[in-house]
Ligand binder design. Structure first.
Ligand code: ATP
Ligand code: MG
Length: 589
């Protein structure tokens, strides 16, 4: 399996690791064999011992783009497999024929690879599709019927619902519950053969209509759906229910630890019931997989529900699935977030058994930490204002040296051209300084970072009174890095680019998509909480070296934050930049 560089880092332990440690210590899974591919007991019987110490899986439904919550699950499942000498299966849970598309499949695989994980191990690609198991699932259903553990129920959906009972009341048995197995089997086969209409009957597990756990009150396991599946076409017109399919998928793949989110906790008894019945029938071999639940990621200032993400895209509140404002992994990639940042985030938030909210700033801080290490420093003026150095010879130019990374001197320095006309940030000048303002104002001295100390002499205005240029004189003996330069004591240190050499460029300043921590809290429409300033586009003046930036190259623009050359809109020699994250958290109250 591809091993991300940071995988060897020390891990904080957690209840899942503890469970795995205990299972390895007790040898719970030691007797497992692996027949080389997923399959029922017969596939693995007599095969060599499984070289994978544990098997986990990441099982997305290919019905949307992955979001930050999935990143948590990916890092967890693939990460555990790496750490424990196991394998994590990449599995498409494509048992629902509707809403599933190849476009999603491709983007999911891309996202997992982008995060730094892979599914090749022991000479095989562990890339699986639940739809490949439809035959095995169907055979399991026939077995359950034959063994008296399932029946065809011809009640309407309405009747089934009415008989289910409530949290406080038992359900009642279906009139079809005690029909002979042969009759149920015949109905099941007719269902399979397309002889009954959608919704006219279902196959149900026969468990206990008076169970306090509603999920055990004869749950439906197969339904009729005359739909075309994106992989199996029209071969099937009955499809397994998710809660029936998932345990079987795990078992066929010899998964040891099936890690899922907390809302499936109440399904665990059915998971275990089903696998135990199929093992009794010899379809599955012991040891069986176990389901372990953890709290899903809830992230403030974001929404991680597929439905809401779809709404944002379809109603065009954002430009598409890869809009850098969206908490999708394709969006994050465009925005300049990094896989290393996500892995650090997953490690830092850990896993727990109780639902909680993670503040968005935790994610941002992880991105900053990684970007700070790897992003070369560059100069960009984002809201440009002309600065004229009146005592600098017209037509003259020279070079100033700037370090590529202050913490990595080995990355060297680069030359910044200096000339008489420069661009500075508009907010680095005030005609009348506010209290405590120590940047440019008439009469004040500041250092042009990596260049000279200048004294501000005044400004030009247009007819409307807008400041259009600032004037200054420079001190020829004050150049950074030259002897005596540090005898100049100034409080302000501002960045600049030479006007004649600058690369004028579109820069997108992204921020959080929502302006409140809990979008749509209460009965509120979450769309009303969209942050209108989550995207600002400015025309920056960048140091000339940035013109050659490759798509997806990342930089720190000094004083501004971390930026990436947009992977879609950048052209060779003409990159445009997206801000991934600011240098400091401006949201903390
Ligand atoms: P839905 O059930 O609405 O279709 P989903 O987000 O559960 O959406 P899946 O494709 O079923 O989508 O998810 C794949 C895996 O990712 C599952 O194992 C699920 O538990 C996990 N996952 C999804 N959302 C989160 C989240 N917010 N935090 C952690 N894991 C998540
Ligand atoms: Mg799901």
């Amino acid at each position: 399996m591809n091993k991300p560089a940071d995988a060897a880092a020390a891990h904080v332990t957690n209840f899942i690791r503890n469970a795995i440690d205990a299972d390895l210590a007790s040898g719970r899974y030691a007797s497992r064999t692996w027949g080389g591919a997923p399959g029922p007991a017969a596939t693995h019987a007599g095969a060599p011992g499984d070289p994978a110490k544990i098997r986990t899986r990441f099982p997305p439904e290919p019905n949307g783009y992955l979001h930050f919550g999935h990143a948590k699950s990916i890092c967890l499942n693939f990460g555990l497999a790496l750490d424990y000498g196991g394998v994590c299966h990449m599995r498409f849970d494509d048992t629902n024929p509707e809403k599933e598309e190849q476009e999603y499949v491709d983007s999911i695989l891309d996202a997992v690879r982008w995060l730094g994980f892979g599914w090749a191990a022991y000479g095989t690609e562990h890339l699986y599709h639940a739809s490949d198991y439809f035959d095995a699932m169907y055979q399991a259903a026939e077995y359950l019927v034959t063994a008296g553990h399932a029946y065809a129920d011809e009640q309407s959906a309405e009747e089934v619902r009415a008989a289910r009972g409530t949290l406080t009341e038992h359900g009642s048995n279906s009139p079809w519950r005690e029909r002979p197995a042969a009759e149920s089997l015949a109905r099941l086969r007719e269902m399979r053969d397309g002889r009954h209409a959608d919704g006219s009957m279902v196959l149900r597990a026969k468990i206990d209509m008076s169970s306090p756990n509603i999920n055990l009150r004869d749950p439906a396991i197969y339904r009729i759906k005359k739909a075309t599946h994106h992989r199996t076409g029209d071969k099937w017109c009955i499809y397994p229910m998710y809660t029936y399919a998932h345990p079987i998928e795990d078992a066929l793949e010899q998964i040891t630890h099936s890690i899922c989110t907390l809302e499936f906790e109440d399904q665990r008894p059915f998971y275990d019931w089903l696998l135990a019945r199929l093992a009794e029938g010899g379809l599955l071999a012991h040891p069986l997989p176990q389901q372990i639940e953890f709290a899903r990621l809830n992230l403030s200032y974001a929404v991680l529900s597929k439905r809401k993400l779809i709404q944002l895209v379809e109603e065009k509140h954002v430009a598409g699935w890869d809009d850098p404002r969206l908490p999708t992994l394709v969006g994050a990639r465009r925005r300049g977030y990094t896989p290393e940042g996500f892995r650090l985030f997953a490690e830092r938030i850990g896993v727990s058994k109780s639902d909680s909210w993670i503040d968005y700033s935790v994610l941002e801080e992880c991105m900053r930490e990684h970007l700070n290490q790897v992003a070369p420093r560059r100069i960009a003026v984002l809201e440009p204002l002309k600065l004229i150095v009146d005592n600098y010879a017209e037509g003259a130019q020279e070079e100033c040296l700037a370090p590529n990374h202050p913490q990595h001197p080995e990355l060297g320095k680069r030359a910044l051209p200096f000339s008489r006309e420069l661009w500075i940030e508009r907010e680095d000048f005030m005609e009348v300084p506010a209290k405590g303002y120590f940047r440019l104002y008439p009469g004040n001295n500041v250092r042009l970072r990596y260049g000279y100390v200048i004294e501000c002499t005044g400004c030009d205005k247009d007819a409307a009174g807008n400041i259009v240029a600032v004037h200054c004189n420079y001190f020829a003996d004050s150049k950074s890095g030259t002897p005596g330069a540090d005898t100049y004591k100034v409080k302000g240190n501002i960045h600049w680019v030479s006007a004649a050499h600058a690369y004028p460029c579109e820069v997108r300043l992204y921020d959080r998509l929502f302006r409140v921590a809990h979008p749509g809290a209460g009965e509120r429409d979450f769309l009303l909480d969209i942050n209108p300033d989550a995207k600002r586009v400015v025309s920056g003046r960048l140091e000339p070296a940035l013109k050659q930036a490759q798509a997806e190259e990342r930089f720190q623009f000094e004083r501004h934050g971390y930026f990436v050359a947009d992977r879609i809109d950048s052209k060779p020699g003409a990159p445009v930049f997206n801000r991934a994250v600011t240098l400091k958290d401006a949201w903390q109250k």
